[in-house]
Ligand binder design. Structure first.
Ligand SMILES: [Zn+2]
Length: 167
């Protein structure tokens, strides 16, 4: 998103580079990355929970659970809310796995949680997610950063389709 108007007084900006200095009030308007939570949910004996996106960008493609933080939320609370809203699953013991910057220059906060059981996932198709599935080997997902996260996760845990049954 390009900021057209001063975020302090509403005067139209005349310059293109950030930070944009306002001709009227002289304050600067910044453009900062937006934090996005990406949650990896292991499913016992199945793999990693992935969801088919029902919204753009990448509608119809599979990705990890992800979403924007609401004001007042911690990253853990966002992850818990998104997992329940999008996939109908209650997650526990959320841990941080690191950060990535997405192609759209947002800050991705990577998280994982304790494995859940397949029968505890109460999914029904909704506005954001049309289907869910399980990934038990490294595959390309809708977003490059999600693919990299899966790759790191599987490599770190030395998981492949042969050992997945032992989860
Ligand atoms: Zn201004």
């Amino acid at each position: 998103m390009n900021l057209t108007f001063c975020t302090h007084c509403g005067t139209k900006h005349t310059q293109n580079n950030y930070p944009k200095k306002c001709n009227n009030c002289e304050s600067e308007s910044f453009q900062n990355p937006i934090p996005v939570i990406v949650l990896l949910v292991p499913v016992a004996g199945e793999g990693v929970l992935i969801q088919k996106r029902n919204i753009e960008p990448a509608k119809g493609k599979y990705a990890l659970i992800s979403g924007y933080m609401d004001k007042g939320e911690t990253p853990e609370q966002t992850a818990t809310r998104e997992a329940f809203e999008e996939c109908g699953v209650q997650v526990k013991n959320i841990r941080h796995c690191g950060f990535k910057v997405s192609k759209s220059q947002n800050l991705l906060i990577l998280m994982e949680c304790d494995p859940v059981n397949k029968e505890d996932i109460k999914f029904s198709p909704n506005a954001e997610v049309s289907d869910i599935s399980f990934l038990n080997k490294i595959e390309e997902l809708a977003f490059e950063a999600h693919s990299e996260f899966i790759k790191q996760y599987f490599n770190a845990k030395k998981i492949d389709h042969k050992t997945m049954a032992g989860w």
